[in-house]
Design a binder for this molecule. Structure first.
Ligand code: ADP
Length: 444
């Protein structure tokens, strides 16, 4: 009996490994997108001001010079290569720097300049002559806190008197002592400990930043810890709240933390299927799907391709088979650390590999301009097994700047997946044409 149960446990384990898909890990994804980003994302949408204090006017600036920054801080901004404020910064910066201070809730997708905005405000608000923490910034994870600290160190490069400290795992501080640094960047748990040990006086914090609120919510227990920290703050403390996404839960959290806020939003630039030729190929077995990929790739051997698979197992099977035939392929999946993923993507961007095989880890936030073909080896489905049209759009859609022509090919391997394809087709109201891969001259 014992043997039997041991066996079945193992069997289950095997099964779950085979089925391992890459569900979305908000903290890892956020870090990944941050680290691979080389600059601002293109976004030509207008800022929406959802609420403002009727007593105070809302300003907007077109230059960093207009902000009356301390000369050494301005120098740091220009030294980072920034020429003018980004779309969100045009409105966020005057609000964050206003006197008397104003509270802000800002939502905009990753890469729009939120971190740079609040780091600038943090550096601008401290008085380096008084030796205790005046600014507190909460990040959801160790890695994200370090990222923010690195931005602050760069921007504050010429503000040599300003000191900063991380309150994250691994950082220790002697009991009974007091912190002398001006800026504290940390994760909620460690910050709570440091408040409890009286390493600093939280009542003296005059700027409180809550970054990546949506990721914070997704981390077990973090939201409660943030609320507990928030309760200790002085009522006159300026609150700055940032999120990459916008939903009911985030907004409720925001309004709990930030009283009388100005709320600004920058909507994500719409992705579209306008310049994408969409096809499907019927193939009944995994083997024939493989052949379809090889055929497609053989004919369209120019440019690069990304292939999306549902499970890690399929992804590695396909990768092995393709490299066995001499194709230069790379695999990106959730097994890899963030650093490894960056490495894989960098190589792909440099063209060292022509084909990138991935599970869901790559569906949002990555623009690889030279990719001409996207193959859905498996169609995107949600947990209920229905068509996941949003993911489909993220995989193959392009925003304005990357509006080059592209080709999307969907491999259909059952009646069920044909049904899913039909759903996607009708959702977007765009025909997906049947392609005979034996005869792929059909492709435009
Ligand atoms: P977010 O916090 O919204 O993800 P970041 O502040 O990290 O955005 O900015 C995204 C990228 O754009 C970073 O590489 C940053 O250095 C750069 N960046 C931010 N603001 C500007 C600006 N005004 N001009 C040029 N680049 C900028």
């Amino acid at each position: 009996e014992n043997k039997f149960s041991a066996f079945s446990v193992q069997d289950n384990q095997q099964k779950s490994e085979d089925e391992a898909t890459d569900s979305y890990n908000p903290a890892d994804d956020s870090l990944f997108v941050k680290m691979i980003r080389k600059g601002l994302v293109d976004n030509n949408n207008d800022i929406e001001v959802q609420r403002k204090d009727p007593k105070s006017p809302l300003y907007s600036v077109k230059s960093f010079d207009a902000l009356n920054l301390k000369p050494n801080l301005l120098k740091g901004v220009y030294d980072m290569g920034f020429e003018a404020p980004s779309r969100i910064q045009e409105t966020a910066l005057p609000t964050l720097l206003a006197d008397p201070c104003q509270n802000l809730i800002a939502q905009a997708q990753s890469g729009t300049g939120k971190t740079a905005a609040f780091v600038l405000a943090m550096l601008s608000r401290v008085d380096p002559k008084i030796p205790y923490p005046q600014v507190l910034c909460l990040s959801p994870t160790y890695e994200l806190a370090i990222q923010t600290g690195e931005v602050a160190a760069k921007m504050g490069k010429f503000c040599t008197e300003i000191e900063m400290r991380f309150a994250v795992r691994g950082e220790e501080f002697p009991r009974g002592s007091k912190l002398t640094e001006h800026i504290l960047i940390g994760t909620p748990g460690k910050v709570l400990d440091w408040i409890r040990f009286k390493f600093f006086d939280i009542q003296k914090i005059k700027v409180f930043v809550l970054d990546e609120a949506d990721v914070m919510i997704a981390q077990q227990g973090h939201q409660d810890q943030c609320i507990r920290i928030h309760k200790e703050l002085s009522p006159s403390c300026q609150m700055m709240f940032f999120s990459a996404t916008y939903n009911q839960e985030v907004m409720e959290f925001a309004e709990l933390i930030v009283k009388n806020p100005i709320i600004i939003r920058l909507r994500r630039e719409e992705e579209s299927l306008d310049n994408i030729a969409q096809y499907y190929v019927r193939c009944m077995t995994a083997e024939s799907k493989y052949n379809a990929v090889i055929n497609i790739y053989g004919t369209l051997g120019v440019g690069q391709a990304i292939i999306f698979c549902r499970t890690r197992k399929t992804a590695s099977w396909l990768a092995q088979k393709m490299s066995g035939e001499g194709h230069a392929v790379a695999v990106l999946n959730g097994d890899l650390t963030v650093e490894q993923r960056i490495d894989v993507l960098d190589r792909f961007r440099e063209g060292k590999e022509k084909v990138l095989i991935t599970t869901n880890v790559l569906s949002r936030g990555i623009d690889v301009e030279q990719v001409t073909i996207v193959v859905n080896f498996d169609l995107p489905v949600d947990v209920q097994g229905r068509a996941d049209c949003e993911t489909y759009l993220h995989r193959i859609g392009r925003t304005g700047r990357f509006g080059k022509k592209g080709i999307a090919i969907n491999l259909v391997d059952s009646e069920g997946s044909m049904q899913i394809l039909k759903e996607i087709e009708s959702h977007f109201g765009r025909k997906i044409n049947c392609l005979d891969t034996e005869n792929s001259e059909e492709i435009e």
